[in-house]
Write a protein that binds this ligand. Structure first.
Ligand code: D41
Length: 794
C-alpha cells in the first residue's frame, strides 16, 4: 500500500459510504460487517494520526445514512447512543484476560473509576435487527422512529403499528406520563423461513437474512407489506421519561417494561465482575443456534443508574456499556480457483479454493459452491473477491461476490468437460442439478469413496479403516475394490505405511518402533476379518448402489431374503415392493447387470464374506406380487388397471397368455383395443422378453416364499359354491373335488347363503336365481383360471 494518507482516507471514506448506503438505504449489504469494522477502524486511526485531514462529513462522524426520502424525519429528544464493540483477540494467549482484553479493560475501568470490586452488570443478548425508539404519552403509543444516526431517524409509526409485539396501549397504571422505550425490531427465524418459503412459491425475491428482513420491512412505504412480513420487537432501554418514577437499576427497569407489556428477551440477566460477564458470553454462545432470533454478541451494561451517571460518555458511546461481539461469521477473501470434487456416486461438485482466511476462529481454505448452477447464479469468477460464511457446524460456503472488486479480464466460469481424477466425461443427468463422472469404478475418486462407504459404521463397520488408510491403499494401488480388502495381511499394512511415509517424506515409525508399531496393523486385519460376518442389509448398503440408502437396503433384505434373490430380481418386480419406485428399482437392477460389479460381489463371497441372516423371501410377497400388478407396470396400450386384472384373471401366467392368443383373449371378453394393445406389445421382442423374465422371476420368488400356514391359507375356506350347467374341460365331480380341496363347500341349490355360482354351458334356473340374488357368477374360464392360480389346474 503505497498510497498517500490523503488518498487512502479518501478511498476508505468512499468505500464506507458505499457500504453504508448499501446496508442502511438499500438493505443489500455489499461487504461483511467485519470488513466494515476493519475499514472503519483504519479510517479512525488515520484521521487521528492526521487531524489536518479530518472532515465533518466523514463516515466516522455519523453512523448509518440519512432517511431515504419516503419518511418524515424525527429528532430524538434524547439521542440514541451507540455501543462500543469488544472483539476477541485472535493473536492473544490463552488466558481469558488476554483473549478478552477489551472486555477486561472495560470492566477494570469501571472498577477503578467507581472504586468498587466486582460490580453488577445487566447482561443481554445483542439482537441483530434494527434499533428503534417508541414514544408513549398517557400510556398510548404515539410515535415510533428508527435510530438513524442516533440524533435523527425516520418516522415509521404506521409500520410499527402493524407489529404485533409492540403494545399500542400500556398495561398497568404506574407508567410515566411520557415514556420512550428503545429496543430492537427483529424478524424471528421461523417468520423469516416462512416468508422465504412463501416468496419462493410466489416468485418473489427471498430475503438475504432476518436482519435485512426486519430493516427492509420496517422501511416499506406500504404498511400492509410490513404487516405481511411478520416482525417482532424486544425492549432494551429507555429514553425520555417525564412525570414518573423508574427503578434505580437497569435490570429492574427491564422487569418493569415487561410488566407494562413490552417483550424483553428471556436471556437477559445479571452478572458480577469479569468472570460473570465471560460466563454469560460463553453460555449464550453455546445457546446461540437454538435461539428464536439471530444475535451477533451480548451487551454488558453497568446495572445501577448511579454508577452509569458517574461513568459518563465518550462522544456518543456510554462508558458503562459495551457490546461483546461473537467472532464474525462472514469474511472477505480471494477466490483462487474453482476445483471439481468427485463424490462416491460420481457427483461432480465445484468447490472454491480460497486465499486462507480466519472465519469465526477457524482457517477456511475451501468453501462449497454447491453446483454449477450456483456458480452461475453467483457469477463467481477466478480472481474475484468473495464473501465466505461459516455458521455453526455447517461447511463454509461462498455467499456473495463483491463485483465492484472484480479484476479486469476475469471471465465467467464453466463446468469442465472431463473428470479431473480419471479424465472420463462429466455428464449431466436429465432434470438433475449435478454433473457426474462416467468413470465408475475406474475413477480413483469414486474408488476411494466407495471403499470409505463400504467400511463405514452403518455398512460393513470395519473399525479403524478410516479415510487416511483408504487414501493410501488406493493411491499405492494396493486396493481397487472392496473385495481386495479381504486379501490384505499385517505385512501389507506395515508395507503400506512404510511406503506412504516414504512418499510423504516422514520418518517411518514402523522402522523406529518395530514390533509395537505392528499392533495397529494387526487390529486392522482383525477388524476386516470380523466384518466378514455381516447382514444382508449392511452388505447391500455397503455396495454403494446409487439411491440405495440404509432403509431401502433393509427393505430389500426383508422382502427378498437373500443376495441371490436380490441379484436376479428384475426391475419391474422390485418395483412391486413397497417404497421402491422406478428409479430405485432401475438402479438396483442395473447395478447387478454390470459384469464388474458382479465380479466384485462374487470375489467378496469367495473371500469369506458371509451373510448371516439370509432367509427365504417374505411370505407377505403374496400380497404384493401378482400377474395383474406386473402387467400394469408395462406400457400396454388400451390396458389399464381393470384390463390388467381381467387379463390376469383369465390368463394367470405369461405362458397361458401367449398360448391362448388373440382369439381366446377376445373370447374371454377382453376388449378389442386391449387385444390390439396386447398383440402389439408382445410383438416387440424386448418388451415381451422383459415381461416374460419378470413373470418368471416373480413366480420363482413366490415359490421360494414359505407357504402360508394351512389353516388360514385355503382360498375358499368358509365359502359355499354351487355348480350348474355343463363344463367342457372337466367333469362336475372333478370340479367339485378341486373346489373342495381349496376349502369350499359345494352345495346343490342356490340360496342367499351361496357365495358363488359356477355356470357352465346351458345353465338354467339356478343361474337366473343367482342373478336375482346378486350372487357372484363365474364362467368356466374364470373357474379354470382360479384353479390354476391356486395349484388345482390341469
Ligand atoms: O440487542 C441489542 N441490539 C442492543 C442494542 C441491546 N441489547 N442493548 C443496547 N443498549 C444500548 C445502550 C446501552 C446504548 C442503551 C443496544 C444499543 N444501545 C444499540 N443498538 C444500536 C445502537 C446501539
Amino acid at each position: 500500500m503505497t498510497d498517500s494518507p490523503a488518498d487512502r482516507i479518501a478511498d476508505l471514506r468512499r468505500r464506507l459510504e458505499e457500504a453504508n448506503h448499501r446496508y442502511y438505504v438499500l438493505d443489500d449489504p455489499s461487504i461483511p460487517d467485519a470488513e466494515y469494522d476493519r475499514l472503519m477502524r483504519e479510517l479512525q486511526a488515520l484521521e487521528t494520526a492526521h487531524p489536518e485531514l479530518a472532515s465533518d462529513d466523514s463516515p466516522t462522524r455519523t453512523v448509518g445514512a440519512r432517511a431515504s426520502g419516503g419518511f418524515a424525519e424525527v429528532t430524538h429528544t434524547i439521542p440514541m447512543l451507540s455501543l462500543d464493540n469488544a472483539f476477541e483477540d485472535a493473536e492473544a494467549g490463552d488466558s481469558d484476560r488476554e483473549r478478552f482484553h477489551e472486555v477486561a479493560d472495560f470492566e477494570r475501568r469501571i472498577e477503578e473509576k467507581l472504586g468498587r470490586k466486582q460490580p453488577v452488570f445487566s447482561v443481554e443478548p445483542k439482537l441483530d435487527g434494527l434499533a428503534i425508539s417508541l414514544r408513549y404519552e398517557d400510556g398510548h403509543f404515539v410515535r415510533g422512529a428508527t435510530r438513524g444516526d442516533g440524533t435523527t431517524g425516520e418516522d415509521v409509526t404506521a409500520n410499527l403499528r402493524t407489529v404485533a409485539a409492540i403494545p399500542l396501549k400500556l398495561r398497568g397504571s404506574d407508567w410515566p406520563k411520557v415514556l420512550e422505550v428503545r429496543g430492537e425490531v427483529v424478524m424471528l427465524r421461523r417468520d423469516f423461513d416462512t416468508f422465504n418459503a412463501w416468496a419462493l412459491e410466489h416468485g418473489e425475491k427471498p430475503l438475504a437474512n432476518p436482519r435485512n428482513g426486519a430493516a427492509g420491512s420496517l422501511r416499506q412505504l406500504d404498511p400492509a407489506v410490513t404487516k405481511r412480513r411478520k416482525l417482532s420487537f424486544f425492549a432494551y432501554s429507555i429514553g425520555d421519561v417525564q412525570d414518573g418514577e423508574l427503578p434505580d437499576t437497569h435490570s429492574a427497569t427491564l422487569a418493569k417494561l415487561r410488566e407494562w407489556g413490552f417483550p424483553v428477551s428471556h436471556e437477559v440477566g445479571t452478572a458480577k465482575g469479569l468472570d460473570g460477564l465471560l460466563d454469560y458470553f460463553r453460555r449464550i454462545g453455546a445457546k446461540r443456534d437454538g435461539l428464536p432470533y439471530d444475535i451477533d454478541g451480548v451487551v454488558y451494561k453497568l446495572d445501577d443508574y448511579e454508577g452509569q451517571r458517574e461513568m459518563g460518555f465518550v462522544s456518543r458511546a456510554p462508558r458503562w456499556a459495551i457490546a461483546h461481539k461473537f467472532p464474525a461469521q462472514e469474511q472477505m477473501t480471494t477466490l483462487l480457483d474453482i476445483e471439481i470434487q468427485i463424490g462416491r456416486t460420481g457427483a461432480a461438485t465445484p468447490r472454491a479454493r480460497l486465499e486462507p482466511v480466519q472465519v469465526a476462529g477457524v482457517t477456511v481454505t475451501y468453501a462449497t459452491l454447491h453446483n454449477a448452477d450456483q456458480v452461475a447464479r453467483l457469477d463467481a469468477r477466478i480472481g474475484d473477491t468473495v464473501i465466505v460464511r461459516r455458521a455453526g457446524d455447517v461447511i463454509p460456503e461462498v455467499v456473495r461476490v463483491v463485483e465492484e472488486q472484480r479484476p479486469e479480464g476475469a471471465s465467467p466460469w464453466h463446468m469442465p468437460k472431463s473428470c479431473p481424477v480419471c479424465g472420463s466425461e462429466l455428464v449431466r443427468e436429465e432434470g438433475e442439478a449435478a454433473y457426474r463422472c462416467s468413470g465408475g469404478l475406474i475413477c480413483a475418486a469414486q474408488r476411494k469413496e466407495a471403499l470409505i462407504h463400504f467400511a463405514s459404521r452403518r455398512a460393513m463397520d470395519i473399525d479403524g479403516l478410516g479415510e487416511r488408510y483408504v487414501d493410501a491403499l488406493v493411491e499405492l494401488d494396493m486396493v481397487k475394490t472392496p473385495a481386495d480388502l479381504y486379501t490384505l495381511s499385517v505385512d501389507d499394512f506395515i508395507d503400506m505405511k512404510r511406503r506412504a511415509d516414504e512418499r510423504d517424506g516422514t520418518t517411518p515409525e514402523t522402522v523406529k518402533q518395530g514390533k509395537v508399531a505392528s499392533k495397529w496393523a494387526q487390529n486392522l486385519v482383525e477388524a476386516i476379518d470380523a466384518s466378514r460376518s455381516t447382514t444382508l442389509a449392511r452388505f447391500l448398503f455397503g455396495l454403494g448402489i446409487m439411491h440405495i440408502g440404509e432403509s431401502t437396503a433393509k427393505a430389500l433384505a426383508q422382502w427378498l431374503g437373500s443376495l441371490a434373490q436380490v441379484r436376479r430380481t428384475p426391475a419391474p418386480v422390485l418395483q412391486l415392493l413397497p417404497d421402491i419406485g422406478p428409479e430405485v428399482a432401475a438402479s438396483i437392477a442395473t447395478f447387478f447387470e454390470q459384469e464388474g460389479n458382479l465380479a466384485v460381489v462374487d470375489a467378496l463371497l469367495e473371500r469369506g464374506v458371509t451373510l448371516t441372516d439370509e432367509a427365504s423371501p417374505s411370505a407377505r410377497l403374496r400380497e404384493r406380487l401378482d400377474f395383474a400388478a406386473l402387467l400394469r407396470l408395462f406400457p400396454i396400450s388400451g390396458v389399464g388397471e381393470k384390463g390388467a386384472a381381467s387379463i390376469a384373471g383369465y390368463f394367470p401366467t405369461f405362458e397361458k397368455l401367449v398360448q391362448a392368443g388373440a382369439s381366446h383373449w377376445s373370447a374371454a371378453g377382453i376388449s378389442k383395443t386391449a387385444c390390439a394393445g396386447l398383440e402389439a406389445f408382445l410383438a416387440d421382442k424386448t418388451q415381451r422378453q422383459a415381461l416374460q423374465a419378470s413373470e418368471a422371476a416373480m413366480r420363482r420368488l413366490l415359490e421360494a416364499a414359505p407357504q402360508p400356514s394351512q389353516t388360514s391359507a385355503l382360498p375358499l375356506e368358509g365359502k359355499t359354491l354351487v355348480l350348474t350347467g355343463s363344463l367342457s374341460t372337466l367333469t362336475r365331480d372333478e370340479a367339485k373335488a378341486r373346489l373342495e380341496a381349496l376349502g369350499a363347500k359345494v352345495a346343490g341349490s342356490v340360496s342367499k347363503n351361496t357365495d358363488m355360482l359356477v355356470a357352465g354351458e346351458a345353465a338354467g334356473s339356478k343361474l337366473a336365481k343367482a342373478q336375482s340374488l346378486g350372487i357372484t357368477i363365474w364362467d368356466e374360464a374364470q373357474l379354470n383360471a382360479f384353479l390354476a392360480e391356486h395349484g388345482e389346474g390341469q
